[in-house]
Design a protein around this ligand. Sequence first.
Ligand code: NI
Length: 140
Amino acid sequence: MEQELMRIGVSLPANLLSRFDTIIAQRGYSSRSEGIRDAIRDYIVDYEWLSGEKGEKVGVITLIYNHHQRGLTDRLTDLQHESLKLIESSLHVHLDHDHCMEVVLVRGDAKDIKTLVEKMMAQKGMKHVKLTITSPGEGL
Ligand code: NI
């Protein structure tokens, strides 16, 4: 059954929108709306996949963020101190004048890893958060 379409207004940085438009043009989407719908579906599938993960996992969280965002570096450090039991190691790289990359190795319950990742994603100034997880050896 065809769903009713809802209209929403979204504010985006101009450079993000122009990169998105370039990609949807290259991929042959008929409209920006169609590209946004697909991106939202991807976001939902990703979230549901992560929510379905259970038990002991090992993983890598890769963060790219704006170094100039007030309070963000401190907030990320606080988050990691609050999750001491989850975090095995981390690596910080100063990418350029404005951006930092942090790689955080985690080990623990999938639910706790998810909670930590979601808190990181929600931070203002965070540009990208990518989680890769696998099972520790005995789970394979
Ligand atoms: Ni840095």
